[in-house]
Design a protein around this ligand. Structure first.
Ligand code: 1GP
Length: 237
């Protein structure tokens, strides 16, 4: 029942790095979805995340079914709020925005989603979500009304507190399309302290950026905007 998480944990234990492509359902071009899925299949990605701070489409189920028709990768929801739950996915990052002090994003949305999730077959992965300063106005900061964290000690301690609270993953987030990714020194200091897997995303625009995050201790790197802007992103050497 915990296959998704166990696979992520095993990958960490053997040093196998994971790459997730984040798809924003509102930005899908349905005409070229088959090409997009082909690009995902040849990208080296290990996971697909679906969601975002705002999602307006009511075609989430359809999108996931279409993707799964021609792609074997696990599909994990990355929801900004409970309206983004789709039972067609394999799992959900049950995100708690630990960097902020907005009760809705710490526990409120979770209470609203609990009954639906309890009856679903989605694998629920409790995830401590930490928004890090990136010199950008990010959707997550705006929607949650919270400020990103800047102080490295506070960020490390927030990740540690998340682990102590029982989160299974920590996600260090610079924000989608961020000007600057999460600083590598921070990835390093957080990963060194954690016993659980670390996801890093936001503002990573090159293969070198992905490599750097892995080398600094990220277990999974998330790429959204770079692939959204250029379907051939992963084809480049
Ligand atoms: C956003 O971390 C993800 O939540 C991915 O960010 O869109 O900047 O790749 P980008």
């Amino acid at each position: 029942m915990k296959k998704l998480y166990n696979d992520i944990l095993s990958a960490r234990q053997i040093g196998r790095k994971l790459l997730a492509i984040l798809l924003d359902p509102d930005k899908i071009d349905w005409e070229t979805l088959d090409i997009l899925v082909g690009k995902i299949n040849s990208s080296g990605a290990t996971h697909i995340l679906i969601g975002g701070s705002h999602v307006f489409t009511d075609r989430m189920d359809e999108l996931i079914v279409e993707i799964k028709d021609s792609c074997q990768l696990p599909v994990i929801l990355f929801p900004g709020n409970p309206s983004q739950i789709s039972h067609k996915a394999d799992g959900i990052l049950f995100l708690s925005l630990l960097s902020g002090r907005n009760p809705d994003f710490l526990i409120g949305h979770h209470v609203k989603a609990a009954s639906v999730l309890h009856q679903s077959e989605l694998e629920i992965i409790p995830t401590g979500y930490i928004l890090v300063e990136s010199q950008s106005e990010t959707a997550v900061a705006k929607v949650s009304g919270t400020k990103p964290l800047e102080n490295p000690d506070e960020i490390v301690n927030t990740a540690l507190a998340g682990q102590m609270l029982g989160k299974k993953l920590i996600y260090l987030e610079a924000g989608s399309g961020a000007k600057n990714p999460v600083p590598l020194s921070l990835v390093k200091s957080v990963s060194q302290k954690l016993e659980i897997p670390l996801i890093v995303g936001g503002g990573i625009r090159s293969k070198k950026g992905i490599e750097n995050a892995f080398e600094s201790g990220a277990d999974m790197v998330v790429i959204g905007t770079a692939f959204e802007n250029d379907m051939n992103f992963f084809d480049r050497g």
